[in-house]
Design a protein around this ligand. Sequence first.
Ligand code: 13P
Length: 240
Amino acid sequence: MSTPLIVGNWKMNGLGEAVTEIAAMAGAGRANLWVAPPFTLIDRAVIVAAGAVTIGGQDCHAAFSGAHTGCVSAAMLADLGAGFVIIGHSERRTDNGECDADVRAKALAARAAGLDVIVCVGETQEQRDAGAAEAIVGAQLAGSLPDAVDGLIVAYEPVWAIGTGRTPTPADVAAIHGFIRAQLLARFGLMGRGVRILYGGSVKPDNAALLLGQPHVGGALVGGASLTAASFLAIAAAAG
Ligand code: 13P
């Protein structure tokens, strides 16, 4: 089994001094840490990470360039030294009305720019309560994924677990990750076996080992606990 990939999503957090946390993460000498700071910190983060932490974006536009005020293209991220981009996070799907087709277009743009792409999926509490978690996640995968597995990572983030301190049971994590694997195999054939599937939603140092120990969980997408090197590295250490 490969080493778990631990990805930090800083969301809209971090002013200039916060890159010292990325420098500290880089200093730990682990090979499996990725961090997506806000756009404004990417260039500084790339410098302090010095190749020891892979830096990425939290979103990109689907177009290569053009009249899109306030937007950032995948090529711009790559130009800054970013290695990946998170696409289709539930906060963007909700706050910015992004649909599966938008997510897929962005994922294709990211791949065209040479970035690895983390495509996020996940159901709301209401959808889970209605017994529709797999149907929702299946539809999101069908509509959001690019056409090839190269550079593709999937993140399962149940919306109700994000920032709440609540997580699915290990059995529920295993079940839905197994479902996602089956969808990947159906879509990509045997190539779907190699696609890494991250779990995200209230991952902390004290629950990381249990959540990441489930089948088909290849790492974590971490929000709040990725903001300091201390907690992010503690998650990485717990994950093994
Ligand atoms: P929290 O770890 O803060 O719950 O956030 C998860 C998340 O949304 C990562 O993308």
